[in-house]
Design a protein. Structure first.
Length: 435
């Protein structure tokens, strides 16, 4: 995490003080359950809460202890004992470090998911608003970067809306999958702790009991979580790249908002660059970079090792913080995006009607021409237009072989822009419902 790309609410989930607070809550809830089962005195459990519930843990002191013990959970428990006193001997009864670490990580990941889901709602709201604003704004659709057939700018945004709607569904599922708790002790057998303790802690922490753990919670859950973040990042980049292309000088169909006093270049005062979109591309790469170690973390030796631990200490904060920043930036970018319908129309007309070639092709086949012959007739009139040697409509009207099948009026009918947009309402209803 670096401050430049960090929002405070997400960062706070990963701060040491938050982590130690969660560790304490796990231990204290476990103590409550142990007390109810008669394993430890009830007064001891009450004392743990009374002495430490509102405590501010001394991060520097915990770090100092860890430098000697070389063990982070033992360092925390030692500091907790300094706060709680003699009753701290009843804390962590029958538990292992992974019970605390894994349960805490899943609490943090679920909290992070909640923020990311709120971010996705902001992106969806911005996309929906702008999609309806430009529902019928005609623009050229491109395949391979080359003019294809007309679409609307609203359809481009509707496509993104549908994509991020799927992203939200995936993240909801990933959140549910990672929201498990393990308080099963060494190698996950519950030999030293009753399974009812796990059930109690899980309920208290808003998690579900892990059906079977091997001292660690299975990392396929986390792999799915970070893979979902990676897919969302790719969706962010997809629309960011679209905006970057649309802002190119030769295209200029849309442009990032350029605020008063903003500078585009240290050398060229005229520049207005798509810096936010380019930034989103870079941030997306970083989120995706954590997918591979998350997948590799699934493979551990026997019941457990800690090869996953160091990677997770970085990927947990970095991936969630980075995606959080990217989604909020994307929502703002879409909301304030400058759109130039006149330039869209200018680009749409740039090829002198070639975008209607398929309609002419189909019209010829419907009048009796074979598809192969129709293709040749249309292509031989289209190629001169590419070279700037005439107007497509006029060339077709002047082609005697074309005229064997189509009248001038029938040819002109194929150049109706509205024909391409007749199902926009249907698509919008599929994406947005009846709103």
């Amino acid at each position: 995490m670096i401050p430049r790309y960090t929002r405070p609410e997400m960062a706070s989930i990963w701060e040491p003080q938050t982590r130690f607070k969660i560790w304490f809550e796990i231990e204290a809830h476990a103590a409550d359950a142990l007390a109810e089962l008669g394993t430890i005195p009830k007064e001891a459990a009450r004392t743990v809460w009374a002495k430490a519930e509102n405590a501010t843990f001394d991060v520097a002191r915990i770090d100092e202890i860890e430098r000697e013990t070389k063990h982070d959970v033992i360092a925390f428990l030692t500091h907790l004992a300094e706060i709680v006193g003699p009753e701290a001997r009843f804390v962590h009864q029958g538990m292992t470090s992974s019970d605390v670490l894994d349960t805490c990580l899943n609490v943090q990941l679920t909290r992070a998911a909640d923020l990311l889901l709120a971010d996705l709602d902001k992106v969806l709201a911005a996309l929906k608003k702008r999609a309806f604003e430009h529902k019928m704004t005609p623009t050229i659709g491109r395949s391979h970067g080359i003019h294809a057939e007309p679409v609307t700018f609203g359809l481009k945004l509707a496509y993104a809306y549908a994509e991020f709607s799927r992203a939200k569904e995936r993240l909801i599922a990933a959140r549910k999958e990672v929201a498990t708790c393990a308080i099963s002790g060494a190698v996950g057998t519950f030999a030293q702790i009753d399974p009812r303790v796990e059930e109690h802690v899980a309920k208290a922490m808003g998690l579900a009991p892990e059906p079977i753990s091997t001292q660690v919670i299975p990392r396929d859950r986390h792999a799915m979580y970070f893979s979902t973040l990676g897919v969302i990042a790719s969706s962010v980049e997809r629309i960011a790249v679209e905006i970057r292309h649309m802002q190119r000088t030769e295209v200029l169909e849309a442009e990032e908002f350029f605020s008063e006093g903003q500078k585009g270049s240290s050398a060229m005062p005229h520049k207005r660059n798509p810096v936010l979109s380019e930034n989103l591309t870079g941030l997306s790469r970083m989120v995706r970079a954590y997918v591979t170690p998350a997948l590799e973390n699934v493979v551990l030796w026997h019941e457990r090792d800690i090869s996953h631990s160091s990677a997770e200490r970085m990927m947990g904060p970095d991936a969630t913080v980075t995606l959080d920043f990217a989604l909020v930036r994307l929502a703002g970018l879409i909301d304030k995006l400058l759109v130039y319908p006149a330039n869209m129309q200018k680009n749409l007309d740039r090829l002198g009607g070639l975008v209607h070639s398929q309609r002419v092709l189909l019209a010829l086949t419907q009048k009796g021409a074979s598809r192969e012959d129709a293709y040749k007739l249309v292509q031989r009139n289209a190629m001169p237009v590419w070279r700037g040697e005439g107007d497509f409509l006029q060339l077709l009207k002047q082609d005697a072989e074309v005229k064997k099948y189509l009248t001038d009026a029938e040819i002109e009918e194929q150049f109706d822009l509205g024909y391409h947009l007749k199902h926009v309402d249907t698509i919008f209803k599929r994406v947005f419902g009846e709103s």
